[in-house]
Design a protein around this ligand. Sequence first.
Ligand SMILES: C[S@@+](CC[C@H](N)C(=O)[O-])C[C@H]1O[C@@H](n2cnc3c(N)ncnc32)[C@H](O)[C@@H]1O
Length: 229
Amino acid sequence: MPGGVSGSELSDRADGVDTRLPVPGLPGVRFRQNKLEAGTVTLDLLSASAADVLTKSPPNAIPYWSVAWPAGIALGRVLAERVKPETTVLELGAGVGVSGLCAAAAGARVTLSDNEPDALRLIGMNARRNRLAVQGVTADWRWWPLSSELRFDLIIGSDITYEPAAFDALLSVLRLSAPPPTEVWLTDPGRLMTTAFQQRAIQAGWRWDFEELSPVGRQSVFLYRLRLH
Ligand SMILES: C[S@@+](CC[C@H](N)C(=O)[O-])C[C@H]1O[C@@H](n2cnc3c(N)ncnc32)[C@H](O)[C@@H]1O
């Protein structure tokens, strides 16, 4: 798996039920085993609790990648229902891999990416736990390594439009990797920052549709579908 799933402190245990894996950089915080039901898909995922990560991280080094956020779970459920087998999917900012792995479980051919090498290691473990074959790549939107020759039917990302300093890089990645007819499906919990991203995307030529998804717990989640004019 490109991006690396080996040679790390996150090494998988042979029994496959390691719920005591440390979250890198957060002493005392461990990944937990979670069951995710998404329509016909059930996944067994390692992820950290949001409460632990948000309260125990240094303010300038929060490992957002280590949590399965509600927007990712909601996107996973949508993909499990709507994606057709053999659809080629690229996930941006995949974190623990919840959305992309749901798509893979529904039969899609999925490449998951994130700029955090530890995220790719955990994605590799989560894929193995669920016997899913996926590609993984460590990829930062600011120095995007994927060739524009690579084509995907669908690009996905959950809760990745919260940092205005990243908007230009993210839009460049979408322009490069999502030429028509590729669609981009993004989800978020209705962040104000996403409105700013939406304005920039529309100025850059993207058509922007949205729908409200079923909440995850009590958290509202929105799906944004983008396509270049
Ligand atoms: C809030 S988390 C969402 C994780 C996952 N999509 C989910 O919903 O559970 C944001 C993710 O975007 C990734 N990310 C942030 N900046 C990035 C960049 N410049 N390039 C690639 N990934 C980035 C983070 O590492 C993190 O995994």
